[in-house]
Design a protein around this ligand. Structure first.
Ligand SMILES: [Zn+2]
Length: 159
C-alpha cells in the first residue's frame, strides 16, 4: 500500500521506515508522519473521524488476575511475569510488574492531530503502532493495550 506524508512532501526515509523523515521538532515529535494517501482515505471510514486523544495510561486486566503457581514461577520468573489473567475460555495472559505499574498512569494530556492522520485512523484503525503524547513528549503504544483513548470516550485509540 502506497504511503503518503502529512506534509505532502516526498519522504526522506525509505517507504518501510517508521516515519518519512527522522528529523524531530524541539518537542520531540517527528517533523512528518506517514498517512494513507487521499485516494485510499476516500474509500470510506470504518470509524468516526476524531482529531484528539487523551493519554490515560494502559488498561487494566479484563478478567481477574491470580498469583502464579509454583510451577509457573519456575518456568516464567525469568520473563518477569508476576500475575496471570485467566480468560473464561481457558486461555489467558501473563502480566509483568512493569505492565501492571502502567495501568491508568497516563498524564491526562489531550493531544490533537492533523486531519490526514485523523482520517487515516478512521479508515484503518490499526495503521499506527504508537502515537505522540504532547504532555509526555514521547511516542507511546496505541491499540487494545495502548495508553490512549479518543477524547470524550472510553474507546482505545488504534482499535
Ligand atoms: Zn502523556
Amino acid at each position: 500500500m502506497t504511503r503518503c506524508t502529512v506534509s505532502g512532501q516526498a519522504a526522506v526515509e525509505p517507504e518501510d521506515a517508521s516515519v518519512p523523515n527522522a528529523a524531530k521538532r524541539s518537542d520531540g515529535q517527528f517533523v512528518d508522519h506517514w498517512v494513507l494517501c487521499e485516494t485510499e482515505r476516500a474509500k470510506g471510514f470504518v470509524r468516526p473521524v476524531r482529531d484528539g486523544y487523551v493519554h490515560v495510561g494502559a488498561p487494566g486486566a479484563k478478567f481477574p488476575l491470580r498469583e502464579l503457581t509454583p510451577e509457573e514461577h519456575e518456568r516464567y520468573d525469568r520473563f518477569g511475569y508476576v500475575k496471570f489473567e485467566a480468560y473464561p475460555d481457558g486461555a489467558g495472559m501473563f502480566w509483568t510488574q512493569d505492565r501492571l505499574d502502567k495501568i491508568g498512569k497516563g498524564c491526562g494530556t489531550r493531544t490533537l492531530m492533523p486531519q490526514a492522520i485523523a482520517e487515516t485512523y478512521a479508515r484503518k484503525p490499526d495503521y499506527y503502532g504508537s502515537t505522540f503524547c504532547c504532555g509526555c513528549g514521547k511516542y507511546l503504544p496505541v491499540g487494545s493495550y495502548g495508553e490512549f483513548v479518543w477524547d470524550g470516550t472510553a474507546e482505545r485509540v488504534g482499535t
